[in-house]
Design a protein around this ligand. Structure first.
Ligand code: ADP
Ligand code: MG
Length: 632
């Protein structure tokens, strides 16, 4: 029932916590008060009926309204002090007016209706909030720490990176870490919404919040608490209401104007008809909660729902940006592909051996996080080469790496970066796969071709984006030869190759001037473009820089979940617009009928309360149901 003043209330926090602007304590007091008042008013209604048989119902009724309406009046007084126009204020005016013309039973009924509506609204909105805060209670607080041969029951916050814990079957994994012993299947539904269990064994990564289904696992702790993927989700969702969607401000304004309009219409009605009951009905009939409380509820509900299926939206503002999106730019390696490259072919130059080539590349890449680097090092290790540590190492995103070993500089990367574009290997180019070039101590050693596998859902996701009327672009730092085939297969609308990170960002920025652009990426090289886009979307398995720079993170790396998020955003917009239009129509028709004398104040109150609840419930449909994955 809280409707904010369009002028003075712009900076107030979202009324998603409508019951507690002064903190939890005030909220408990308020909703209890409302419930007690409601019972009191009901009793008074019966009482005044009985008493009316004896002829003097008025005094008792007035006292009952004054007492029962106390929560409403208290709010109204506070609103006057803050100089904001609210529904409580207009209801207070209506109640005082009703009492003034001896419409006691009417005043009682209205008080009862308004209180009942507040109780129901509180229940709905707090259910929405609870659905989201329940996410927090999900992680276990204790873990079994291995200390020598014994297991110590340790609070999770006291675990450090490098500790080893035992996770028994059926329990929730408390940390992000690596499996050191055992095998099992884990269910990551709480994180990714994907309920099909994933098999894990020694060396695999597990995430806090997943359920260990079958075997005991020894896990080496990597991240704890707020640093885990799960912790980030919770944090993002908790802070989501701070980055309000611009539409919330519009909603607050609209709600404020509706109250003003109702009061103006009431003034006009009284001036023209001199009918106090019609005037009161005009004030009472106009509601605005479907807009004021329904909008933030819809947005928070959608953010909670997206979190359930593994899309972390860092604020309502990004959800709103998503619903008007018309362009999606996708990075290639790690986004459209798994980024899990395999070294396919070595092309040593004449005078160099394959081993020499591979060894040099592996030395330079030994500290690299890039999928290309990892593939080269993994291949060298499989071939049994011992990879020496380089002394200096530097990475130029989108181009390659440079390292020094035994006084020699080794460069691995694009032809431009390594040889100034002088060498292009026709054979490797023709292979249609990602190619990197290697120079050691000024000597060109040859090139390496790496194959990458497109994500199986990439094609379907792109088709779904097109069906939603969205244009798709593929931007990559890779060569045309390595990109063309995939771009055609995936049927993206446009693709651009050989883009350095800054160029990716400036291309995205240029697009974002004319269109509403989402950039989806995973790498260090994508971070500037993620920030340049209207909305940045990072893959959950991507680098930390990408996830920090992004506004939305796809935990499970599933591109179809991005499409789902987009659909959810559009549905949220539709819900909000339905509530806007519905409220304005109900209010306008109601005011018209009331002014013409067709509505008694009680009928007006009923229309107000019923329509508002309808709109709140409409918004509440976006709130996710109870968590599916509550563990054993
Ligand atoms: P994408 O835009 O497809 O994600 P990147 O921008 O990360 O690709 O890389 C673009 C190109 O830069 C790669 O195709 C490769 O030639 C070169 N490159 C980037 N990082 C490395 C690296 N660590 N080692 C060798 N080459 C690299
Ligand atoms: Mg990438």
């Amino acid at each position: 029932m809280r409707v904010s003043n369009p002028v003075s209330n712009a900076a107030e926090t979202a009324p998603i916590a409508p019951a507690e602007p002064e903190g939890v304590h005030a909220s408990v007091g308020r909703s209890d008060l409302i419930r007690i008042a409601l019972i009191g008013v009901a009793a008074a209604m019966i009482g005044s009926r009985v008493w009316s048989a004896f002829g003097h119902p008025h005094m008792l009724g007035a006292v009952a309204v004054a007492v029962g309406g106390y929560p409403i009046f208290r709010e109204a007084v506070r609103d006057i002090a803050h100089r904001r126009m609210t529904m409580e204020l207009s209801m207070t005016i209506a109640l005082v007016a009703a009492l003034a013309i001896s419409e006691t039973l009417t005043a009682l009924l209205i008080t009862g209706f308004v209180l009942a509506a507040e109780v129901l609204e509180d229940l709905t909105v707090s259910r929405g909030r609870r659905a989201i805060s329940r996410l927090l209670d999900f992680l276990p607080r204790h873990a079994s720490l291995r200390s020598g041969d014994t297991l110590l029951d340790t609070p999770v916050d006291e675990l450090r990176a490098g500790d080893r814990i035992l996770v028994v079957p059926g329990s929730c994994i408390p940390v992000d870490g690596t499996v050191m012993d055992g095998e099992s299947s884990v269910d990551q539904a709480a994180l990714t919404g994907e309920s099909r269990p994933v098999d894990v064994t020694v060396g695999d990564h597990v995430l806090a919040g997943s359920i260990n289904r079958s075997g005991a696992l020894d896990v080496e702790v990597e991240r704890v608490g707020p640093d885990t993927t799960f912790g980030r989700i919770v944090e993002a969702v908790e802070h989501a209401s701070e980055r309000r969607a611009p539409i919330q401000k519009i909603a607050d304004r609209l709600a404020g104007y509706l109250v003003y309009c109702a009061i103006a219409a009431a003034g006009l009605t009284f001036a023209m008809t001199r009918d106090p009951r019609a005037t009161i009905s005009v004030i009472i009939v106009a509601g605005a909660c479907g807009v004021a409380a329904g909008t933030p509820l819809a947005i928070l509900g959608a953010i909670g729902r997206a979190a359930r299926f593994g899309a972390i939206i860092k604020g309502g503002i990004y959800l709103e940006a998503l619903w008007s999106l018309d362009t999606v730019v996708l990075d290639k390696t790690g986004t459209l592909t798994f980024g899990d490259l395999r070294l396919k072919t070595l092309y040593p130059s004449s005078g160099a051996s394959g081993t020499e080539l591979l060894e040099a590349a592996a030395i330079a890449e030994s500290r690299s996080e890039h999928p290309i680097g990892r593939a080269i090092v993994a291949h060298a290790t499989r071939r049994g080469l011992t990879v020496r540590e380089p002394v200096r190492f530097s990475y130029t995103p989108g181009q390659g790496v440079r390292a020094t070993c035994s006084g020699e500089d080794i460069l691995v990367g694009t032809s431009e970066f390594v040889t100034g574009g002088r060498f292009v290997d026709p054979l490797a180019e023709a292979s249609g796969s990602t190619t990197v070039f290697v120079v050691r101590g000024g000597r060109f050693l040859g090139s390496l071709a790496l194959a990458d596998v497109p994500r199986p859902e990439a094609q379907q996701a792109i088709a779904a984006l097109h069906a939603l009327g969205i244009k798709t672009y593929l931007f990559t730092g890779d060569t045309p030869a390595a990109t063309e085939h995939m771009a055609r297969e995936l049927a993206v609308d446009h693709f651009e190759t050989g883009l350095l990170p800054d160029e990716k960002a400036s291309r995205v920025r240029a697009l974002a001037k004319r269109r509403r652009v989402a950039m989806v990426g995973d790498g260090v090289n994508d971070a500037p473009a993620l920030m340049a886009a209207t909305v940045g979307v990072a893959m959950g398995s991507g680098t930390d820089v990408a996830k920090e720079s992004a506004d939305i993170v796809l935990i499970g790396d599933d591109l179809l979940k991005f499409v789902d998020t987009l659909r959810l955003a559009r549905r949220t917009r539709n819900t909000i617009i339905q509530n806007f239009v519905g409220t304005v129509v109900v209010d306008a028709v109601g005011i018209g009928l009331a002014a013409a004398g067709f509505l008694t104040p009680v009928m007006a109150a009923f229309i107000h309360v019923a329509s508002e609840l309808l709109f709140i419930l409409n918004a509440a449909r976006l709130v996710p149901g109870p968590a599916r994955n509550t563990g054993p």
